[in-house]
Each structure stands twice: as structure tokens, then as C-alpha cells.
Design a protein around this ligand. Sequence first.
Ligand code: URP
Ligand code: ZN
Ligand code: ZN
Length: 468
Amino acid sequence: MGTTVIRGGLVITAADETNADILIEGGRVTALAAHDSDVARAWAESADRVLDASGRYVIPGGVDAHTHMEMPFGGTFAVDTFETGTRAAAWGGTTTIVDFAVQTVGESLRAGLDAWHAKADGNCAVDYAFHMILSDVNEDTLKEMDGLVDEGVTSFKLFMAYPGVFYSDDGKILRAMQRAAGNGGLVMMHAENGIAIDVLVEQALAAGRTDPRYHGEVRHALLEAEATHRAIQLARVAGAPLYVVHVSATEAVAELAQARDLGLPVFGETCPQYLFLSTDNLAEPDFEGAKYVCSTPLRPKEHQAHLWRALRTNDLQVVSTDHCPFCFKGQKEMGLGDFSKIPNGLPGVENRMDLLHQAVVDGRISRRRWIEIACATPARMFGLYPRKGTIAPGADADIVIYDPDATQVMSAETHHMNVDYSAYEGRTVTGRVQTVLSRGEVVIDDRSYTGRAGHGRFVARETCRYLG
Ligand code: URP
Ligand code: ZN
Ligand code: ZN
């Protein structure tokens, strides 16, 4: 691989905005220099490739710390494979995903992780790493956690929801947290009281309330807040840090904020769907609401302002997608007449960087905060920084040349995710990815895909680096 220079752009990281040219050698950033400086001119003259970024932003590739490619759920599978999903990620300016390997009840973590490696190996357009879903906490799997941390799978998702599938009771959760406190793993929590939710599901269906919007009603905000509170107390008892995934309710944010005010190592992510969509979407007629069924569920619009505020005050630190796409035809339709049978999950891996840039345009967050919540902090949180999530000497040259002035209309007609609808159909946003480099290789070249399946590599992660 020769040398590449990215010239003339505004380089934005979580820390700085600099008018600088970037020198890339051997797939890594080796230096930055002021535009038109002698050194920058000399680089451009001798480089194998010069990419013009005049009038553009030059940002680190996005790090999406929450995806589910080919995830089994409710008798079907998320439709993006690692090949289609990572290609769509690249189109959307995301150059690293952290996907969830799934442990099946009764089987080992090893078996689950090996299965996920087999799905991803040789198929990815951009780099990838894994978290492990713990579905069956027992003596053997607790011991296995240590080995996974050693091989770079340093975070473990547990579920307080989905009894009979992924659910763990409080004792199991406590034991996993104690183990993580010892081995440096980070526990990620799906915080919803699934036992109580199942009672409400049963009552709603018995009363004939079968439409998608009831998915939102039975998964009550207070049941998210209660589980969040309980997870925090369990983590406190175990002496473990905690990362709460897909936070959607104001009341859950309040629990996180309270814990953080006490100085506890408690972190939270939200997702674009909770920032831009609402129960109004879940209530769309003709079963269209099924397109928006995910858990935690979409909330009434009023919650959005609290999520944005928490992102500004750092009570929430990360925006990931929870990309888990199911087609409307044939998959979401499995829940016609019974909302509890609608597979849970939304597509979004391609949309996150653009939607968050729209938030910059709208004045909700600054440009540097955009990069912080979408690139730098997820990289730090999950042991990828400073290799990923920033532009600095020594970092992988995962870089996006971003046009902040282009407008685009989001649509299933034009997106690259392998799913038959867009959750943001018809939405106009300002800003668009122009060119993307993954470890110095151009994978999107001025809006043409030039990448390949198999370029993306597994990244063994360090433990959480957000703690200090
Ligand atoms: O609805 C969702 N979020 N589906 C994916 C699985 C999960 O709980 O993250
Ligand atoms: Zn979850
Ligand atoms: Zn998820």
C-alpha cells in the first residue's frame, strides 16, 4: 500500500478542529500538517494518491458499538449479513462495528463466539469486533468470560427482558457482574423488567389490543427505569462498571444521571431511533407501525428533548444504532394480529452519522460532540481507542471525507442495507459521506463503492478505556 494524502479539509476530532492535511502510510495516519505548509506540499508531491477534501470535513470513521448482523430473533434472523451490513456501514461513514455474538442456552460462550467468527470472517467490508451475549450464566460460562476478555471480547450483554430467551435473573446478573469486576469486562445491560412486561403483554392481547402501538404501551417507561435502577444497584454491589444499552425513557436517563452524580462508573447509550422517531410512528395505520417495533420501544416525542440534553451533559455518552433489521414483508408481518410476535429491531447502521450530523445542523450538538458520541467515546468505551475513533499519528486510517452541505433524502430506494424499508423514509438531511477509507484503503470513492468483502478484519479489543 502506498502513501495517501488527504488535502485541504477541516479535520474534526472529539478534541479539535484543525485545518490540516493528513499523511497516511501503511494503512495508518502518520502525520498532520497545516494546509499549504512546506511539509504538506512535499507530501502531496510525492504521494501515490492525493484526495481533495477542500470545503469538506475530514472525520474519523464512525464506530457503531451496537449491531446485530444475522441475529436470530423470534423465529427469524436479522436480514443484514456481515457482508451487506458492513458495506452499508461503509456507505454511511462507519468503519468499525461491534456486533453481538450470541450464546445459545445450554451451549458454551466458545460455541457462540466461534459461530459469529464464522459468519463474519472473510465477509466484512470494514473492521469488526464482538461483544458476547450471555444467555446462560453458570459456573462454566462465568469461567469462560475470563478467556474471552483475553482474546479481545471484553464486554458482555445481559438481558433483564425476554424471559425464556435471553433473560437472566438478578442472581445471575450479580454473578456475571462480579466476574466482570475481576476480569475487566464491561457488563452491558438491556434494562427492562421483562417479567412485568410479559404480564402486560398477556393482558393486552387478552383485551384485543394487538396492534404494534401496544408494544410501546406494555413496555412501560417505568419498567425501563426500574430495571435501570436495579442494574445500577447490582453493579454497585458487585463493584463493576455498567453500560446500559438503548436507553429511551426520560425516567431511565434520570436513574443514570443520579448514579453518575454519585460518581459511579455507570454509562449509557441511546440510538437515533429514540432521538428522531416516536410512538407516533408505532401508531402508523395499516400495520406500518410494525416497522418501528424495537426494544426498548420508541417513546412519546417529549422524551427526545431529555435524551438530547443528556447527550449534551454527558449523562449519555454514546449513540449506537442497535441495527437489527427485519423486512416488513414476511418478517415484521409475522406479528399481524399479535404485536408480541413482531421481531424486535430497526435498521440504521447506514444512517447514524448523517442523522447525528443533522443534529449539528439543527444546533443540538456541536461538531466535536458529534465525533465524540459517534466515534471517540464508543472506541474508548470498548477498548478500541486510539486505534479507532480519532485522527492522530498511529491511528488506523479509518477516515471519512464528509460533505456538510450536500442534502439527501433517506429512502429504501437508495439505501444499501438489505431491508425493504427505511425507518427514515422521505426524511431530508443535510450532510453526506463522500469518500471513506478503511485502514488507508478507499472503500467509498466519491460515492462509488470500491471496497470488498474480506477487507474488514476482526479487531481484538482492550478492556474499557473510558474509566481513566
Ligand atoms: O429491538 C431490539 N433492540 N432488537 C435487538 C435486540 C436487542 O435487545 O438489542
Ligand atoms: Zn437489547
Ligand atoms: Zn441490540
